[in-house]
Design a protein around this ligand. Structure first.
Ligand SMILES: N[C@@H](CCC(=O)N[C@@H](CS)C(=O)NCC(=O)O)C(=O)O
Length: 212
């Protein structure tokens, strides 16, 4: 069975745990947290020298770091939520949004939220900069979602999973989601989809075995 090393309340971990649930892949959540130092333990650093969660351990013992790489691996192996290789442009649009998430969205929205919820010290000027950058990223999503139901068009993809994870909790970082009505409608659309599972449920330390 696959193991996902993950911590509660982490959007990066949620992306992968939710994908595993959506695909009905049996897996075990192994809680490994930045809060108790376990992501920096020698045993964990042997598994992921970058000392970060999420980390996916495949059935054969190989490890995969980086949430985006895990989403793409699972999408590829399960043939779900990723356009086929004979549609390289549409496939690249999925990558475009995933790279946007890692460079323009997560570094402001996830970091500011973590500063707030974990009460990490950060000066006012930096907090203001993170707020402005996060609102800019939400504005980019708003423009796209004004024209299509999902980020890359009519179909739900791993790009929506990647961007949903921190957008749906952006208010915890004091981002004003009410300024982005199409983003809010997209969040509700995803929450109404079959197989939707919330962050807390996905990241509980347990073994998930699908019933059907
Ligand atoms: N780019 C990575 C980011 C992962 C990340 O930032 N993980 C956080 C928890 S949400 C972490 O482990 N931080 C500890 C550290 O960076 O030392 C991904 O998408 O998986």
């Amino acid at each position: 069975m696959m193991k996902l090393y993950a911590m509660p309340r982490s959007g990066n971990c949620y992306k992968v745990a939710w994908m595993l649930r959506l695909l009905k892949v049996p897996h075990q959540i192994v809680t490994t947290s930045i809060l108790d130092g376990s992501t920096k333990s020698p045993a964990f650093m042997d598994k992921n020298p970058n000392g970060q969660v999420p980390l996916l351990e495949l059935e054969d013992g190989r490890f995969l770091a980086e949430s985006g790489a895990m989403l793409l691996y699972l999408a590829e192996t399960q043939k779900s939520f990723l356009p086929p290789t004979d549609d390289p442009f549409q496939r690249a649009k999925v990558f475009e949004w995933m790279f946007f998430e890692q460079y323009s969205h997560e570094p402001s929205i996830a970091v500011r939220r973590a500063n707030v919820i974990f009460q990490r010290p950060c000066d006012d000027a930096k907090m203001k900069q993170l707020l402005d950058k996060g609102h800019h990223a939400l504005g980019v999503m708003e423009r796209q979602l004004a024209t299509t139901p999902f980020l890359t068009g009519p179909d739900f993809s791993v790009a929506d999973i990647a961007l949903y994870a921190y957008t749906h909790v952006a208010a915890e970082g004091e981002f004003e989601l009410t300024r982005f009505p199409h983003v809010q409608t997209w969040l509700q659309r995803i929450q109404g989809m079959p197989g939707y599972v919330d962050m807390d449920s996905c990241l509980q330390e347990e073994t998930f075995v699908p019933t059907i």
